[in-house]
Design a protein around this ligand. Structure first.
Ligand code: A2P
Length: 303
């Protein structure tokens, strides 16, 4: 980790920058490929780790911009097969200031989304050591829960698992507001066609599903897809990874507790008896206190 620190970053070059959604998506999410040649970071990144990017210019106080971390979405071999080109999935932050109603445009995400092939960027990293695949990948099966750009690490994980002929069962449950916002959708459908051990399940929160279900969140898929998910969830081989919007872990844990019992649940969650008696009343502050995820659960959530 931290081969290059934000104080002594490396210089890398943008190789490619393209939309990661369909053209009709409401938000702007880009797949940005960064050529690390000469940065000192070649071959250093694993999917699930993050790369630091330092935007050019200064903030309102006249200080240089702080580093921002972006999750690597490439497999360990990188985009180029050599670990020299890595990619990240970036959403433009565009909002209204709650008080002044003025447009608020996130500095770093828009800086990165605006970069063109050939542009130089200051980079640091790698950062993060827990949200990665295990060393012995084939010893486990995997259930991945993603919302929005939380898909980034899973794109890399899934490519790592499937390209190396790993026979593990891999489930990806991917949530987005509209079907037009699904990221890497065509690639994931193609991987599902090619690999029997990979199942890709979407959860659209503001539209009916293609399978006819009403709008739903990823955790609702534990109920609607119970038949195919339950055998994986009760298997002692399975690891659960959750990445995306803060708060999503609460609903996932509640659904796990509603559908699993005894050791099947205990392998993921250590729950106080009083909490187990009132699953639907769980709140987010109870996580890590009355409801404790075990080492088989990997969480990466952000505001
Ligand atoms: P919604 O915004 O309709 O409530 P994006 O990052 O592209 O906005 O997508 C995030 C997705 O995660 C949306 O579909 C959003 O639904 C959904 N989401 C928001 N909060 C939660 C939550 N607590 N649990 C699960 N999904 C959530």
């Amino acid at each position: 980790m931290h081969v290059r620190t934000p104080k002594e970053p490396g210089t890398a070059t943008i190789l490619r920058n393209e939309l990661a959604t369909s053209r009709k998506a409401a938000g702007y999410v880009r797949h940005v490929e960064i050529d690390l040649t000469g940065s000192g970071l070649e071959g250093q990144f694993l999917p699930g780790q993050a790369i630091g990017v330092i935007a050019e210019g200064v903030d309102e106080a006249g200080k240089p911009h702080k580093v921002r971390l972006y999750s690597i979405c490439s497999p360990a071999r990188g985009e180029d097969g050599k670990g020299v080109v890595v990619a990240t999935t970036v959403k433009r932050l565009i909002d209204e200031h709650w008080e002044s109603h003025k447009l608020f445009v996130g500095v770093s995400s828009n800086y990165l989304c605006d970069r063109r092939p050939g542009d130089k960027v200051l980079v640091s990293g790698p950062a993060g050591k827990r949200f990665v695949l295990p060393v012995d990948k084939s010893a486990h099966d995997y259930v991945f829960f993603a919302t929005g750009t939380g898909i980034a690490p899973f794109r890399g994980f899934i490519m790592d698992l499937l390209e190396n002929n790993c026979t593990s069962q891999v489930f990806l449950i991917m949530g987005s507001p509209y079907s037009t916002d699904l990221l890497y959708h065509a690639d994931l459908l193609r991987l599902q066609e090619q690999h029997k051990n990979f199942q890709y399940i979407t959860a659209i929160s503001r539209e009916k599903q293609a399978d006819g279900h009403d709008p739903l969140y990823i955790q609702d898929r534990i109920r609607t897809e119970r038949e195919r998910l339950l055998p994986a969830l009760i298997s002692p081989r399975t690891l659960i990874y959750v990445c995306g919007v803060a708060g999503m872990e609460l609903g996932i844990f509640q659904q796990l507790a509603l559908h699993l019992t005894g050791n099947d649940l205990r392998q993921y969650l250590d729950v106080d008896p009083e909490a187990l008696a009132a699953i639907r009343q769980w709140t987010r502050p109870m996580i890590h206190k009355q409801v404790r995820p075990t080492r088989r659960v990997f969480l990466e959530v952000y505001a």
